[in-house]
Write a protein that binds this ligand. Structure first.
Ligand code: SAM
Length: 193
């Protein structure tokens, strides 16, 4: 965890994308494949899914969703380098360069599911951002049980995740998905109040 709990800006994410070649690997070669696959299944099992993907990064989840048959997808991220890769991977999907705190996409895009994988723990205002999403929207997101440079928080168990987020949801479940590094992603699946 960064010692001063600094929320990083787009330059940090542009640079780490360039520094770490793994972000150019296909989704099935990355540690988070398991959680992306579960989210893909849940999206495809919901009626007429229209996905808004916050902090979509380099387009790995987008690519998996396309392959699963998702037709309506908008992703946004404030890292132009990551978005460039996403657009190359999935040219048929819409990707927007946008900051979650400022974007109007929550009001202008037609969506019924918001995905956010490994995103909320990077934001000081994670609760504020969730409250920007339309009421009644299903959220499928992951948060980690492990430390990393840009993480402002992480969660030891499902109860800690519920303690932070459950009050924003009409109904929510938190389940555990182990990634290929052995760490845990807590999968949040709920409908926002
Ligand atoms: C750990 S990455 C996760 C990316 C992707 N969701 C995934 O699962 O691979 C976190 C992403 O959040 C983006 N991000 C962080 N803060 C943001 C903000 N305020 N607005 C938009 N994107 C942001 C970063 O640029 C980065 O791509």
């Amino acid at each position: 965890m960064n010692p001063d709990l600094i929320e990083y800006g787009p330059d940090f994410y542009d640079q780490t994308f360039e520094d770490e070649g793994r972000w150019r690997n296909p989704y099935w070669q990355l540690s988070w494949y398991g959680s992306w696959a579960v989210i893909g299944d849940r999206v495809m099992n919901s009626a007429s899914p229209r996905v808004l993907d916050m902090g979509c990064g380099a387009g790995h989840l987008a690519c998996l969703l396309l392959e699963r048959g998702v037709e309506h997808y908008t992703g946004f991220d404030f890292s132009s380098n990551r978005l460039e890769q996403a657009r190359l991977l999935v040219p048929g999907f819409r990707f927007e360069l946008a900051d979650a705190y400022k974007t109007d996409l929550f009001d202008t895009v037609d969506y019924n599911i918001v995905t956010c994988t490994e995103f909320l723990e990077h934001l000081d205002g994670d609760l504020e951002i969730l409250q920007r999403i339309k009421s009644g929207t299903r959220v499928l997101g992951t948060v980690p049980n492990y430390d990393a440079t840009a993480h402002l928080r992480y969660f030891h168990n499902a109860g800690e995740v519920e303690a932070r987020y459950a009050h924003l949801f009409a109904q929510v479940g938190v389940s555990q998905i182990r990634n290929t590094s052995g760490s845990i992603e807590w999968l949040i699946d709920g409908v926002l109040l």
